[in-house]
Design a protein around this ligand. Sequence first.
Ligand code: HEM
Length: 406
Amino acid sequence: MSSASDQPDLMDAPDIEGIDFAFDDIEDVHAVLAGLRAKKPYAVVPYAGFRALLLLSHELVTAAFKDEASFPSAAIYSATTEAVLGHTIQCMSGEEHRINRALVAPAFRRKLMDGHVAGILEPLAHEIVDRFADRGSADLVAEFTHQYPIQVITRLLGLPVDDEEQFRRWAYELFHYPFAPEAAERASAEFTAYVTPIVAARRAQPGGDLLSTLATIRDDEGRMLSDEEILSFLRLLFPAGADTTYLGLGNALLALLTHPDQLELLLSAPEEHLPWAVEEALRWEPPVGLLPRMCPVRVRDWHGIDIPDETPLIFGITAANRDPQVYPDPDRFDITRRAMATLAFGDGPHVCLGTFLAIAEMRVALKVVLERLPGLRLEEGAEVRVKGMLTTALRGPDRLPVTFGG
Ligand code: HEM
């Protein structure tokens, strides 16, 4: 982590001490990030016993996502996930990534996702709310947001509904690989054994589900996804698609419940405001907050920064989404802002493949929850806040005790 230049090494001079950006649950994270960004668009921060370069401005985070040559996605994901998820598209770059992504992307097109709203997304949201709607109180994290996204994925894939609890456990264990590698390796093996025969069956007799699409799709040159490519993609889909959306939904609900004027406005004209409420929630508190990356090879004068080889980076989406240069009065949660939260889903070649699905899910979930639970409010005295989950990379509330009706 040192450079062979006669210049002083950027990483030798931290801009903040006393907070570990890999592990600490930073309660006042927005204030900390704003304080750093007011000085420079980037900062050198403590990170898992090392130092990382944290990018803070909208301009730098956008540029970094697009610069796959300097900060390849593969450099970080091969080290942190490949052992259990396999060689996923996050571990690929260049031509290999382009070919694989082109094969899986058609299954996630906007039209297709919007087409699932009436058939899968809405009925499922009602089914989950049915379980507690009569009770007058619930924990919306345990009983709704934690359930919904993973069940959406299993239903889209056409996997047996009765095994949903099992999928939730596998997804959790796969995602926690860095902290509990043995459980993650076991989950990976169990998942593979479970899904392999289903993939073979769908290849032989495809249906209208997403897994059949993945099993049979061919690109213009006749290439198909191999079994292992499908399996790695499925292993990735559970953590990437479920854990993110569950936190995104929690953040959106928490934002609305702690801003009653905005909730009232939304309820006054849901058709008009709902899409923008989702966008604003993703901007205000993005579930993928501080995304780790690597700079494997020295990069000179990157937007004026000389980055040594092997430097850990953090793409500060949470900071970029409140950059006052792009979002005036950025700390205000305002559903009339009408601004896109583009960086919440990343950018560049690895931009989120599930963007349209995630947005459709969030819109449907908020619509159903607000329609079915009139008078929704946080339980009196409940202390709820957005927390760093799985280090600081992901952010969301771990509970949302609410009351409704009456
Ligand atoms: C609110 C919910 C979501 C958020 C905030 C989110 C965010 C992100 C971000 C920031 C990335 C880029 C990661 C990087 O560059 O290292 C990403 C990639 C990805 N996401 Fe999402 N995501 C969400 C939901 C979903 C859903 C529902 C799916 C699929 C069912 C999904 C599938 C993927 C995949 C496959 C990638 C990797 C793409 C590639 O490497 O080419 N995501 N997501």
